[in-house]
Ligand binder design. Structure first.
Ligand code: PHE
Length: 337
């Protein structure tokens, strides 16, 4: 068996055939295997002698097979390497890597800015209760100011939040009326609006809230001035105009100075040289009280800005829909290398 097998192995040049040889001799029904199976019929004296011989034969065949297969595989690889040539001077194929969406970058930039002023970043649910979206913000049922925000209701009590302001109440409750804090909250909000160049039924806001003893309007103004200059350039100015929100008293709207432009595609800074970018004010005592903060001890300021607006103003984007139609040619312009 041994010499027959080894002879064959020397002659064969095909890995498949070698595998077949392995089966023929060493497989379950192989000839060597049947010798080993027949051992039981041998006498006590014969058994160890024949056993040793059979094992040696098996080892010899196995080794020969493995060596031959390895040799053949190496030869095949060698041949393949000789045939294939790689031109290392060819330029590589460009790999398409993604990048952050402009709105994501803007949010991160604003987060960094406020983190630098000691704010923590918070989040809140987009599916919100009527209570947090309105009631806790001094907007009881049937209050006319609810009409300022056309709401997507899910049930009587559940809705898609119309602003990030509910996170004001949620945060104050979490701090249990005991601690001063500063937070901002970026997030998506929803309103029943017809989409056009400046309206979207879904958009983003960034809320800010600072609650402490002796927080004043001048703190709000200073904070927003810093924000505007850091975000848009030191040459920018802000102005506060009186406004109304049920959850702040007094309430303001903030404009930022901008360079007036004319002509088609210019709806970013028209007319007066000022553009409105956010609403804010001093937190209404009732709002503080409902959330467990004693308005005789604590006061606070709050603001809420439209993220898209900030991005549009900063980069001269004239159509809010560009953020959501996601044409990569648009998006790519804002990818950082
Ligand atoms: N929530 C208001 C809006 O959506 C903005 C705002 C936030 C106003 C905080 C005052 C204080 O228009």
């Amino acid at each position: 068996i041994r010499s027959e097998a080894l002879d064959k192995i020397v002659q064969v040049e095909d890995i498949k055939v070698l595998q077949e040889i392995r089966v023929t001799y060493l497989g379950k029904k192989g000839s060597l295997t049947s010798v080993l199976k027949g051992m039981g019929k041998l006498s006590k004296e014969e058994r160890p002698v024949i056993g040793e011989i059979a094992n040696k034969v098996r080892d010899a065949i196995t080794t020969a097979l493995n060596e031959k297969i390895q040799k053949l595989e190496e030869a095949a690889l060698e041949k393949q390497l000789n045939q294939e040539t790689i031109d290392v001077t060819l330029p590589g194929r460009p790999v398409n890597v993604g990048g952050a969406h402009l709105l994501t970058s803007i949010v991160e930039e604003i987060e960094d800015l406020f983190i630098g002023m000691g704010y923590e970043v918070r989040e809140g649910p987009e599916v919100e209760t009527d209570y947090y979206n309105f009631e806790a913000l001094n907007l009881p049922q049937n209050h006319p100011a609810r009409d300022m925000q056309d709401t997507f209701y899910i049930t009587n009590e559940l809705l898609l939040r119309t602003h990030t302001s509910p996170v004001q109440a949620r945060t104050m409750l979490e701090y249990k009326g005991e601690k001063p804090f500063k937070m901002i909250c970026p997030g998506k909000v929803y309103r029943r609006d017809t989409d056009d160049a400046t309206h979207s039924h879904q958009f983003r806001q960034i809320e800010g809230l600072y609650v402490d003893e002796n927080v004043r309007m001048s703190d709000l103004k200073g904070t927003l001035d810093k924000f505007a200059k850091k975000m848009f350039g030191e040459d920018r100015n802000i102005r506060l105009r009186p406004s109304f929100f049920p959850f702040t008293e007094p309430s303001v709207e903030m404009d930022i100075s901008c360079k007036v432009c004319h002509g088609e595609g210019c709806n970013v800074c028209k007319g007066t040289g000022w553009i409105e970018i956010l609403g804010g004010g001093m937190v209404h005592p009732k709002v503080l009280e409902m959330a467990g903060y004693d308005p005789k001890v604590y006061s606070g300021f709050a603001f809420g800005m439209g993220t898209e607006r900030i991005a549009m103003l900063k980069y001269g984007v004239s159509d809010i829909r560009a953020f959501y139609t996601n044409d990569v040619r648009f998006l790519k312009q804002f990818h950082q290398a």
